[in-house]
Design a protein around this ligand. Structure first.
Ligand code: FES
Ligand code: FES
Length: 176
């Protein structure tokens, strides 16, 4: 066993885990942060994506011990961080994925949303190619990606202060 000190979503967690455990294993099985999904467990699907110092990484490929001293953000931390900055509700990316119908089974969503959040943090108004590159490591077998790109465009447009393009399936604000 190895004692670990991990800063996750702004809080310091001290825990112990086998030295070979990945960050994903520690998050899910030691700390109960099950928002990060365990899909392939070998770097193929991106469902386990978290942010490490603001950059997306696949937590199934990252030894937990290598993450000490770094800032880890999981899906559980997005909404509280947004509210700590004075926002309301969930992070705008989470809200946009919901209102644009950018999910079906939802398994890919935590990783997809964190990759999208990181993209928007470094490129507030990305084009489609930049979105494709940013999400290249996140596989979704359900949505076909169009609504995912539209959700990111919605956040970008609203962040820049103008209305996003209308889509046939986007839910009206305040509607059902
Ligand atoms: S579970 Fe990590 S990439 Fe699939
Ligand atoms: S919504 Fe099902 S895998 Fe993406």
């Amino acid at each position: 066993m190895r004692v670990l000190s991990l800063r996750i979503n702004g809080d310091l967690h001290r825990t112990a885990a086998p030295a070979h455990w990945t960050l994903l294993e520690v998050l899910r099985y030691q700390l109960g942060l099950t928002g990060s999904k365990q899909g392939c467990d070998k770097g193929d699907c991106g469902a386990c994506t978290v942010l490490l110092d603001g950059e997306p990484v696949m937590s199934c490929l990252q030894l937990a011990a290598t993450c000490e001293g770094r800032e880890i953000t999981t899906i559980e931390g997005l909404a509280p961080a947004h509210r700590a900055r004075g926002g309301e509700g969930a992070d705008p990316v989470q809200e946009a994925f919901d209102s644009c119908g950018a999910l079906q089974c939802g398994f890919c969503q935590p990783g997809m949303i964190l990759s999208a959040r990181a993209l928007l943090d470094r490129t507030p108004f990305p084009d489609r190619r930049e979105m494709q590159d940013a999400l290249a490591g996140n596989l979704c077998r359900c949505t076909g990606y169009t609504q995912i790109y539209q959700a990111i465009e919605k956040v970008a447009c609203e962040g820049a202060g103008f209305a996003p393009p209308k889509t046939s399936w986007a839910r009206e604000e305040g509607g059902d």
